[in-house]
Design a binder for this molecule. Sequence first.
Ligand SMILES: [Zn+2]
Length: 200
Amino acid sequence: MFDFDPDRQNPPNSRRFFLASAAAAVAGLALWQWGKPRVLAAAPKAKDDPKEVTIVQFSDSGQRLKKERIAKVVKSEEEWRKQLPAGVFDITRNADTEIAYTGKYWNLHEKGIYRCICCDNALFDSATKFESGTGWPSFWAPIAAENVTESRDLTLGMMRTAVSCTECDAHLGHVFDDGPEPTHLRYCMNSASLRFVAHT
Ligand SMILES: [Zn+2]
């Protein structure tokens, strides 16, 4: 029978050996975690999110109204499927990407604001829209930082920053750091995630 008594039986350097083993185990664990596919969903599950969010309300004419705390829009997959056309569902709820030059807003130059197709949250103003040459509507800033949420997206073997609607978690697109002045950011959006409201 194994009689374990560290004070009596272990050699003098056993503690050092134990610590070295523990360090190796920790390093191994870290490597194991590093090796795991760490996919951060662009549209996180609603149950993990806060029930309330802070957003800035805007009028259809683009006027900033007020910052307020509101209940987050949470719907089941079935409810979203009923509300949205299939392609829009795939993009907004499953982080799909529309084919370049096929969306309705990449070449739109009218003045207005762009709201979330899912919940109407104000997202972008035409004043920050620019010609990116990508075939997707591109902006150098959101209408209010609070209204969009950025998260790390490691899908497709790339490290990108996904952008979603703060109010309903709709996937909108990605943001890159190769945009124009003054922010040098390029919010590369899916037309399908947006609803344009022309200034009246
Ligand atoms: Zn939304």
